[in-house]
Design a protein around this ligand. Structure first.
Ligand SMILES: Cc1cc2nc3c(=O)[nH]c(=O)nc-3n(C[C@H](O)[C@H](O)[C@H](O)COP(=O)(O)O)c2cc1C
Length: 199
């Protein structure tokens, strides 16, 4: 773990799209996931779970599912198969329905809440952020990528159907990478996103 402040960790974090092949000790992986599971979850439902993959052949399959070939054709390093850890973040909608049908979450005779916001997704995002920040705290780089067909990850890793993979955090020692073209957009200035007192 580092001596960096949270302020510095947040500013140091960026999607790192290249890694060395240096493996990660399981203690490091456990610390990252232990942090990630401490995120807030609606009703303390804790529907987020993780699959940590270090096996090279399985990582290669995950990279294939995540479309590494396209990234390489676009000028990136094969950062997905190279990362010593592929951390799949999953969330279970079912666990939230179960939790919100418990007596303290439902007034007598009332229906389960209407879920205007699917909190299983917000909670998975919070866990993802904690994993990425924890990687920085461990002196590592990370890149979160989505997959077009999460069921392929479920099949490859034996993830039960109700646990939806939201994507993969590739984590390892950072190596020189090609910056994403998206960064050219620049970060929106604070004053355009901070609405003071009212929008
Ligand atoms: C929900 C989500 C999905 C993302 N999916 C991808 C992806 O599929 N591939 C990728 O290279 N980056 C992906 N990114 C990374 C973003 O492109 C990146 O966060 C953004 O460009 C800002 O760069 P930074 O995180 O390095 O500051 C994703 C980020 C988030 C939050």
């Amino acid at each position: 773990m580092s001596d960096l402040s949270l302020h510095d960790i947040i500013r140091k974090r960026r999607m790192t799209r290249n890694f060395t092949e240096e493996p990660l000790a399981w203690e490091v992986i456990e610390r990252i996931v232990d942090n990630a599971r401490r995120g807030p979850t609606a009703g303390y439902s804790q529907g987020v779970a993780f699959v940590a993959v270090t096996d090279a052949a399985t990582r290669a399959r995950i990279a294939e599912i995540a479309g590494e070939e396209w990234y390489v054709k676009s000028g990136h390093e094969p950062f997905m198969s190279r990362a010593p850890l592929a951390l799949i973040i999953t969330t279970s909608e079912e666990i939230y329905h179960q939790r919100y049908n418990e007596p303290d979450k439902k007034a007598k005779g009332q229906e389960e809440i209407g879920w205007p916001i699917p909190y299983w997704h917000t909670d998975a995002g919070a866990a993802m952020m904690l994993a990425l920040l924890s990687a920085v705290d461990e002196g590592l780089g990370s890149a979160f990528v989505g997959v077009y067909d999460p069921s392929e990850l479920q099949r490859a890793l034996g993830i039960p159907e109700e646990h939806l993979p939201i994507g993969i955090a590739f984590i390892g020692h950072a190596a020189p990478d090609v910056p994403s073209g998206s960064l050219k957009r620049g970060r929106r200035p604070l004053e355009t996103v901070l609405h003071r007192e009212k929008w």
